[in-house]
Design a binder for this molecule. Structure first.
Ligand SMILES: NC(=O)C1=CN([C@@H]2O[C@H](COP(=O)(O)OP(=O)(O)OC[C@H]3O[C@@H](n4cnc5c(N)ncnc54)[C@H](OP(=O)(O)O)[C@@H]3O)[C@@H](O)[C@H]2O)C=CC1
Ligand SMILES: O=CCCC(=O)O
Length: 293
């Protein structure tokens, strides 16, 4: 089967490579077209524009940075809308808000196309290993047709009903994750300032009720001040912002998420946005430094 793939960032590249490895024909497009070359070496074809990819492929997946990128690729000149038509499916796996997803869904459906939102849990390594968790919502027929590809990309996929439910669930998950990362950062800072070993703190956490893969994976690198980007901090802050907006809409008070968002914003202002989201630890440390000055 030929699948289109729009967006070859950290996630998109790993996912497209996985599809190629499993025998899919993949036609790729990326805003910075030079990034397509690595995929071509692994057997992909290149579409010059999103419209060209849609024209060629029955199914096209997008994995783009944020709502503005997701909208631009669909609605701008040479975008998805120019070629989407009866019988074609568009699957947006980017993390966006429900409103963005609904706008895209309506426009595609109006042209006779099928739409599915399918954001994912899991980062660079799970994407490379086909171990993502896929949160799909929208056109059930398209979901059923995509299950074999989702089985390549992920270890589990959920169908959540109407468009928006996948986007919302993803934001709730990432809101919790961002708050946990801030709690870990404050804990590491507090341990250090209290004369305790940060590694011992990690060892103790890993043996108890709040052991989790994220602390285990990120903690040791954080102690070393190493933040190679798997999940860029700027995207985590975007997710906190969108989750807080969802909280506003539903009158849900979220003081912990709001404080965590401030820490991610602070980290961005320190120029850490392209590092891994665990680099929020640097912002937490710098706030504690100025508190004690
Ligand atoms: N990294 C992770 O661990 C995870 C990320 N996600 C989500 O997946 C999505 C992609 O993340 P990730 O791969 O890490 O992000 P990257 O920043 O690595 O890649 C972003 C992609 O979006 C493209 N892009 C950005 N702006 C535009 C635009 N205006 N028009 C067209 N293309 C654009 C970039 O193109 P270019 O190369 O030209 O800049 C690139 O292909 C995000 O929504 C993120 O929140 C979800 C789960 C995990
Ligand atoms: O959106 C990014 C999620 C990262 C993860 O689930 O590890």
């Amino acid at each position: 089967m030929e699948v289109g793939f729009l967006g070859l960032g950290i996630m998109g590249k790993a996912m497209a490579v996985n599809l190629l490895r499993h025998g899919y024909g993949v036609t790729v497009w990326n805003r910075t077209l030079s990034k397509c070359q690595e995929l071509v070496q692994q057997g992909a074809s290149v579409g010059e524009t999103p419209a060209a990819v849609i024209n060629k492929c029955k199914y096209t997946i997008a994995m783009l940075s944020d709502p503005s990128a997701a909208l631009s690729v669909v609605f701008d000149k040479d975008g998805v809308l120019e070629q989407i038509c009866d019988g074609k499916g568009y699957i947006d796996m980017s993390t966006v808000d429900a409103e963005t997803s609904s706008k895209i869904s309506e426009a595609i459906t109006k042209k006779g196309g099928y739409f599915l939102e399918a954001p994912v849990s899991g980062s660079k390594k799970p994407a490379e290993d086909g171990q993502l968790v896929i949160l799909a919502a929208g056109e059930k027929v398209l979901y059923d047709e995509m299950v074999p590809a989702f089985d390549v990309l992920g270890k589990k996929s959920f169908f959540l009903g109407e468009v928006g439910n996948g986007a919302k669930l993803k934001l709730v998950v990432n809101m919790i994750m961002g708050s946990m990362m801030n709690a870990l950062s404050e804990g590491l800072c507090l341990a250090d300032r209290s004369g305790l070993s940060q590694q011992t703190l990690l060892d103790v956490l890993d043996l108890g009720a709040i052991a989790n893969p994220m602390f285990k994976l990120k903690g040791p690198a954080m102690i070393k001040g190493s933040y190679p980007p798997a999940f860029p901090l700027k995207h985590q802050q975007k997710d906190m912002r969108l989750a807080l907006a969802l909280g506003d809409e539903n009158a849900v008070s979220m003081p912990i998420a709001a404080a965590s968002n401030e820490a991610f914003k602070k980290a961005r202002s320190l120029g850490l946005g392209d590092l891994d989201f665990s680099a929020v630890f640097e912002a937490v440390k710098s706030a504690k430094d100025s508190d004690s000055a």
